[in-house]
Design a protein around this ligand. Structure first.
Ligand SMILES: [Zn+2]
Ligand SMILES: [Zn+2]
Length: 335
């Protein structure tokens, strides 16, 4: 399914099977989850995508071929892949390994980073190639469909969550895919969870309370207690000052999305007393290692709705319209 230009439907088309280069794996895709970032790319909200582009950065598949020198020990994970191994391919697709960021454990900020399904081709197709050093082995307790949403909503959400430190009272603004996964880890770790939804969305508030939130309400409400940290997963700028206003002294607001509407101004008093606003960008391989270690212990449960690959446009449209009951996962059956 090829994106020729933003703001157009994806096109079902035969393209040449990719060849794994040095350090790469050829992966036969079995499932690829749909992320909100895919919508942002299709809508032209992110600059300079590769075009034409195959979207998709929550890819599960099996190794069919190994490029030259791909089978080495990664400095972080000691991961090795064999033909037939199941692999997960995430958003961070390539880094140079030598810029100041890469050398200081911040490869998520690499100056020359490339991103799967955005600046390199991704998983809305039968085959893809990926850098072996950025691929993950996946926990066995999950099948291909159930594990796919963990590859972005899960592990970039996890990066946002880790930035909350040891915050006891944690607020989450926007209770979509990432929030639903991260809330489970937060509860497992004994945090008090406060969930903010669109005002009046009592169904989602009820679902949040059922999951274990101590409080759920509209984003226009203040929680019964001040928060030590808040993660804003919704791409709605006005939620940032709202979250800031709900913080205790020294609290932090983390913006977890790649795209957000403009943030309105707010009184300095809301930032005073060492409150912090930051964002979480991309992921490091270490985030992935940690997340795939903790997720099966919780165990984090995913909720999915499957579509055949050819119906990717339907999945995107329904995501856009807020009509999905869980993360959309494309099922790919390579010929
Ligand atoms: Zn770098
Ligand atoms: Zn994503």
């Amino acid at each position: 399914m090829v994106l020729d230009k933003p703001k157009q439907p994806l096109q079902l088309r035969d393209v040449p099977k990719p060849k794994p280069g040095r350090g790469q794996l050829l992966v036969r895709v079995s499932a690829c989850a749909v992320c909100r970032t895919d919508l942002h790319v299709v809508d032209g909200e992110l600059p300079n995508p590769k075009l034409p582009l195959i979207l998709g950065h929550q890819i599960v598949g099996r190794v069919e071929k190994i490029g030259e020198h791909a089978n080495f020990k990664s400095e972080i994970s000691n991961q090795k892949f064999a033909i037939g191994d199941r692999v997960g391919i995430p958003w961070l697709g390539w880094t140079d390994g030598e810029c100041a960021y890469c050398r200081s454990g911040k490869e998520n900020l690499c100056d020359r980073a490339r991103f799967t399904g955005y600046t390199i081709d991704g998983g809305y197709g039968e085959y893809t190639v990926a850098e072996a050093r950025f691929c993950f082995h996946l926990p066995e307790r999950y099948d291909d469909v159930a594990v796919a949403p963990l590859l972005c909503a899960g592990l970039i959400g996890y990066r946002s969550y880790r930035k909350t430190g040891d915050a006891r009272r944690l607020g989450i603004y926007g209770f979509g895919n990432a929030a639903h996964l991260i809330a489970q880890i937060a509860l497992y770790e004994g945090r008090d969870l406060f969930v903010f939804t669109r005002p009046g969305d009592t169904a989602t508030q009820q679902a949040a309370r059922k999951l274990g939130a101590v409080w759920a309400g509209g984003s226009d409400e203040l929680p019964p207690e001040k928060l030590d940290a808040a993660i804003v997963f919704a791409s709605v700028g006005p939620l940032v000052p709202a979250a800031l206003h709900a913080l205790a002294k020294g609290g932090i607001v983390i913006c977890g999305g790649i795209h957000m509407s403009d943030i309105p101004s707010f009184p300095y008093a809301d930032l005073w007393e060492e409150r912090v606003i930051t964002s979480a960008a991309n992921l490091t391989r270490r985030d992935g290692e940690e997340f795939f270690e903790i997720a099966p212990r919780v165990p984090v449960q995913t909720k999915t709705e499957t579509f055949p690959l050819e119906q990717a446009n339907t999945a995107l449209d329904r995501f856009h319209a807020g009509q999905l009951n869980g993360t959309a996962v494309l099922i790919v059956n390579a010929k």
